[in-house]
Ligand binder design. Structure first.
Ligand SMILES: [Fe+2]
Length: 335
């Protein structure tokens, strides 16, 4: 069983990571963000395609303001699943694509691919398969929506890649009633095993990039009501540990989190405040952290050769949490 880190203990450990870091010279959230020249900037948002899109609009507007105010050129958007709640009438031709994706995150601001993963709501039939529509929308061209298959790999930036991303489908098999089967589906046990074989093979490949990121909709660990995920803990977590993944990015719980575990090479980041109704946390950050908050927001990942910087921001554009991580795995919280 992993030992969790409280905020206080994490701070103490962060300080311990760098003997040369004096208290007064720690990077401060008040000074952030100060974009690293030549860094790649990615914004991420989870659980965003809600039918009532009042909150989605507020988060998307904050993302746009943030990009303008800091003169950022975003190289990627990460869409962390539950891309469509409720029906998607017309499937690939649904007007929701224009209203809640293309115009909500406009190309004039985010002129970059939007790498997507699939969430449990995407796996609902209403009555058609939204998963099929999302795959078809990516194939039709003329869009930033990027979902070449249910699980895929990309390296970025293309010219001199800094990061390897494995985008996974966390909708693992679980038994359902006949009625539930008509309305929902998951990976079959065979598909789940096939993805796991693929994941192991990809991780075994020689990696030239300094950073490894794994993204999927369901968190492996979460302080929110969905809690920790037994299947993902059994199947994926040992691989993240073995291959020293720097970040595991997820959504699903409608809040913002960052969890660290003693001796674990992976930082677990949850960015689920993209638009759907917020959830009340089950575990407070004082018990398991260093960060968990019931708040709408999005996240900014700055990727530079010497370090990753991950920031959570709210709808006012305030940085509410942040940390850095070096290629060798040294984590430092920004506070
Ligand atoms: Fe979800």
């Amino acid at each position: 069983m992993n030992e969790f880190l409280s905020r206080r203990r994490f701070l103490r450990q962060s300080f311990a990571f760098s003997a040369l870091t004096a208290l007064g010279s720690l990077p401060s959230l008040a000074k952030l963000p100060s974009p690293h020249p030549g860094a790649s900037h990615w914004l991420m948002v989870g659980d965003w395609g809600y039918e009532n899109f009042t909150a989605q609009k507020a988060v998307a507007a904050a993302m746009q303001r943030y990009v303008h105010e800091h003169s950022l050129k975003t190289d990627a958007l990460l869409m962390l699943g539950d891309n469509w709640y409720g029906p998607l009438p017309g499937g690939v031709a649904s007007p929701r694509w224009t209203k809640q994706f293309e115009e909500m995150y406009p190309v004039g601001v985010f002129d970059c691919p939007a790498y997507a993963v699939l969430g449990n709501h995407d796996y609902q039939r209403m009555p058609e398969s939204k998963v099929d529509a999302e795959l078809a929308y990516a194939k039709k061209g003329g869009t930033r929506w990027t979902l070449p298959s249910r699980w895929y790999r990309f390296e970025f930036p293309a010219a001199t890649p800094l990061v390897t991303v494995l985008a996974l489908d966390s909708n693992v098999f679980h038994p359902m009633s006949d009625r539930a089967k008509r309305e929902n589906f998951t990976l079959t046990p065979e598909e789940q095993a096939e993805q796991l074989r693929w994941l192991k093979a990809e991780l075994e490949k020689l990696r030239q990039t300094p950073y490894l990121i794994v993204m999927a909709h369901h968190p492996i660990y979460s302080n929110g009501p969905h809690g920790d995920h037994a299947t993902l803990i059994a199947e994926w977590e040992p691989l993240l540990r073995e291959h020293k993944a720097h970040l595991y990015l997820a959504g699903h719980d409608h809040d913002m989190q960052h969890l660290e575990f003693d001796g674990h090479p992976t930082s677990f980041v949850l960015s689920g405040g993209g638009g759907a109704d917020l959830y009340t946390l089950k575990i407070e950050e004082a018990q398991r952290g260093p960060y968990a908050a019931k708040v709408y927001g999005f996240s900014h990942l700055q990727i530079a050769p010497d370090k990753l910087t991950l920031l959570h921001l709210d709808t006012s554009g305030h940085v509410i949490h942040g940390f850095t991580k070096t290629p060798s795995g040294e984590v430092q919280m920004l506070s």
